[in-house]
Design a protein around this ligand. Structure first.
Ligand SMILES: [Zn+2]
Length: 90
């Protein structure tokens, strides 16, 4: 009786996660939908983390930089979901 064509506006708790390539390790990861200026991934290697859309735009094809930034973010917020909000290039 139900189909998914009847979307409710404002249904932001909808957990419509998708499978994508992890921007850090390139593995298959789950991307969780967010309403903020960041993307949230759940990767078997990297764990769960958030990354700002600005960083994603600034670091194309630069997984080593992202990996280092993720480690920094993990240390900065132990016990929380790490958030890569900026990167140091070079
Ligand atoms: Zn990963």
């Amino acid at each position: 009786m139900t189909d998914d064509s009847n979307l409710t506006p404002g249904g932001e708790m909808n957990d419509a996660s998708t499978i994508v390539d992890c921007p850090v390790s390139g593995e298959q990861a789950t991307e969780h939908p967010t309403t903020g200026d960041y993307r949230e991934y759940d990767c078997p290697t990297c764990g769960r983390f958030r990354i700002s859309r600005t960083v994603l735009a600034l670091a194309p094809d630069n997984p080593e930089t992202l990996k280092a930034a993720l480690e920094t973010a993990k240390r900065a917020a132990p016990g929380e979901i790490p958030f890569i909000s900026n990167i140091v290039s070079g």
